[in-house]
Design a protein around this ligand. Structure first.
Ligand code: NAP
Ligand code: G4F
Length: 345
């Protein structure tokens, strides 16, 4: 009989890639959706799996939604990917973020403990928890120092998973994932914003790409690689926590340069801080500006992961490097910008 799996947040970037992987492995995939008037299916359609998902309604802030779902279906595995995942927004919605990204995790593990103890659980933890980094390369043993309401909420979710694993011997694992991107990345996140806006500038559909802090650096990988790591964590005889990362870190400015070059722009930087601009040498036009509205009250300056444990125990390693990743994103956004009716505006 096919294994039954629940993917919360199936309409998001990771949910789409993970559900495709699990369907290929023969799972019966249940995916959660919220009641919404906007379109939810584009990522699943892009990957060709929309029709294969069994949709169930879930609003994470409704305690009974979680309890009823866990009890009713007796899943073999649950991957909890649903979250308010935008760090900047968490400064404006700290309490909502605490509920969705923190307390909801406790609702899941408690529901599993009470009604479906055989269910294996994956929690989407994050490198944001390292925040103001305490070690040059961050691993499972690095101390946490969260710098946003998002990271604080995720830290609660992380520790409640550890606590239930240790208290009740549950198969509950936490993946501490560094930033991972793809053509399916939300448009509010910086890599996708860069590739999408530059593609639109190329086709004359936008004049300027506005950014915030270009000096921070991130350890960026490809989302398709990272969902394989999630799956592997739940196949282990014992639950545990694992960092997934590439081990390389790149500034936002360098990502802009990389993507711009792939589109055919040649950027020259002028000015400093809020007055910095990026000029395309070929056209002489200013195409990049700083808008302080994108600054965060507290920034995570550097993230650089050490995924040795996952590489050794799970046999996991990222296959797609940054240049190829940027290229995948640029190619997709160039196609969408060229054919505006297919783009998701
Ligand atoms: P994403 O694209 O923003 O997707 C988030 C998903 O959560 C969407 O399906 C969204 O549904 C759902 N959701 C949000 N609030 C909800 C609520 N109140 N009730 C029910 N569902 C809700 O995020 P992602 O990039 O795929 O990331 C997946 C998970 O990994 C998140 O937990 C994120 O925090 C974590 N993470 C991501 C990264 C990364 O670099 N991508 C790194 C580390 C950890 P709608 O479609 O209805 O909005
Ligand atoms: O792309 P970002 O919004 O990603 P951030 O904050 O690192 O969070 C992402 O990765 C986390 C894992 O570490 C996840 F847990 C989280 O859910 C999310 O997926 O911002 C990256 C950097 C920041 O330093 C930000 O200040 O880019 C800087 N940035 C500069 N200009 C900008 C912009 N970020 C955004 N979103 N938009 C800008 O215009």
């Amino acid at each position: 009989m096919a294994k039954k799996v629940l993917v919360t947040g199936v309409t998001g970037q990771d949910g789409a890639y993970l559900s495709k992987l699990l369907l290929e492995k023969g799972y019966e995939v249940y995916g959660t959706k919220r009641r919404t008037s906007s379109e939810i299916a584009w990522r699943l359609e892009y990957l060709g799996v929309y029709k294969d998902i069994r949709f169930v309604d879930l609003e994470l802030t409704e305690p009974h939604n979680i309890f009823n779902l866990v009890q009713k279906y007796q899943f073999d595995e649950i991957y909890n990917l649903a979250a308010q995942s935008f760090v900047r927004a968490s400064f404006d919605q700290p309490l909502y973020t605490a509920d969705v990204d923190g307390i909801a995790v406790a609702r899941f593990v408690e529901a599993i403990r009470q009604t479906s103890p055989q269910t294996k659980f994956y929690q989407a933890s994050t490198s944001e928890m390292f925040g103001k980094i305490q070690e040059e390369k961050q691993s499972e043993t690095t101390a946490f120092y969260p710098r946003s309401p998002y990271a604080v909420a995720k830290l609660y979710g992380h520790w409640i998973v550890v606590n239930y694993r240790e208290s009740y011997n549950m198969h509950a694992s936490s993946g501490i994932l560094f930033n991972h991107e793809s053509p399916l990345r939300g448009e509010e996140f910086v890599t996708r914003k860069i590739t999408k806006h530059l593609a639109e500038i190329h086709y004359g559909k936008r004049d300027i790409l506005e950014l915030g802090n270009m000096d921070s650096t991130r350890d960026w990988g490809f989302a398709g690689d990272y969902v394989e790591g999630m799956y592997l964590m739940l196949q282990q005889p014992k639950a545990d926590d694992y960092v997934l990362a590439t081990g390389e870190t790149t500034s936002i400015r360098d990502f802009v340069i990389l993507a711009a070059k792939q589109i055919g722009f040649d950027i020259e930087w002028q000015g400093k801080a809020e007055n910095e601009i990026g000029i395309d040498c070929k056209s002489g036009k200013t195409i990049i500006k700083i808008n302080p509205v994108h600054y965060r009250p507290a920034e995570v300056d550097v993230l650089l992961g050490d995924s040795s444990k996952a590489r050794k125990i799970l046999g996991w390693k990222p296959k797609v490097g940054l240049e190829k990743l940027a290229n995948m994103m640029v190619e997709a956004d160039m196609k969408w910008a060229a054919c505006i009716e297919q783009a998701r505006y």
